[in-house]
Design a binder for this molecule. Structure first.
Ligand SMILES: Cc1ncc(C[n+]2csc(CCOP(=O)(O)OP(=O)(O)O)c2C)c(N)n1
Ligand SMILES: [Mg+2]
Length: 190
């Protein structure tokens, strides 16, 4: 399964739900897959994708999707414990697990050597977890995650391919556009 195909698949199921993207190729591919006002691209802020999504989930009732990376989550593993502690029903974390710190030179991460992030999430009391390896399985579990209460923690095992061009969005523009998309609007609900 390739991350770009998987990202396009997830977007097909979404309406106005906020999507927060891990730095690097996850952000770039989300932009290419379908730029939308409620995409929150991150740059440089490794480890903060799911914490940002957690804050959004706790502050309003609609579903929030975090597209995180194995390396970033491993660096800030306490985020998984905090999600398990707070248990926001509306948070869906998808981890693009390519078993490497891809952007910085494809160094193998702990998940290449035995660390099981789904097991970590389960041990942190996150009630809905899954590991998927195909687009079909991702499609099924993601549709379920949008319908059923979570929090959800979905590890999607992916294979690396060539990177797409870096997305041409300045961080300040993301913040402005994303915030403005909520002004005077009801939050989405499922
Ligand atoms: C605190 C911090 N340390 C290191 C980096 C450099 N860095 C940027 S992306 C990245 C790898 C992230 O790995 P992962 O989350 O698995 O995403 P992938 O590149 O594999 O898609 C690293 C180490 C950073 N931006 N911030
Ligand atoms: Mg990675």
């Amino acid at each position: 399964m390739h991350r770009y195909d998987a990202t396009k698949l997830l977007l097909r199921h979404l309406k106005d739900e906020p999507v927060v993207a891990n730095l690097g190729p996850t952000t770039d591919e989300l932009w290419h897959a379908g730029h939308r006002d409620r995409n929150f691209y991150t740059y440089g802020s490794m480890g903060l994708c799911s914490p940002l999504a957690l804050g959004m989930a706790l502050s309003q009732p609609g579903k929030v999707v975090s597209l995180d990376g194995d390396g970033a989550l491993l660096m800030n593993m306490g985020a998984i414990a905090t999600i398990g502690r707070e248990k926001p029903k509306n948070l869906v974390v998808v981890v693009w697990d390519n078993e490497q710190w891809g952007q910085t030179g494809h160094q193998p991460s702990h998940t290449a050597l035995g660390t099981d992030l789904e097991a970590v999430a389960r041990s942190c009391n996150i009630p809905k977890t899954a590991t998927v390896r195909t687009l079909e399985d991702l499609d099924q579990v993601f549709r379920q995650a949008l319908k059923e209460d979570g929090p959800w923690f979905i590890v999607a095992k992916i294979e690396e391919t060539e990177y797409l061009p870096v997305s041409p969005v300045e961080p300040e523009a993301t913040l402005y556009r994303f915030r403005r998309s909520f002004v005077g609007q009801e939050m989405p609900g499922h």
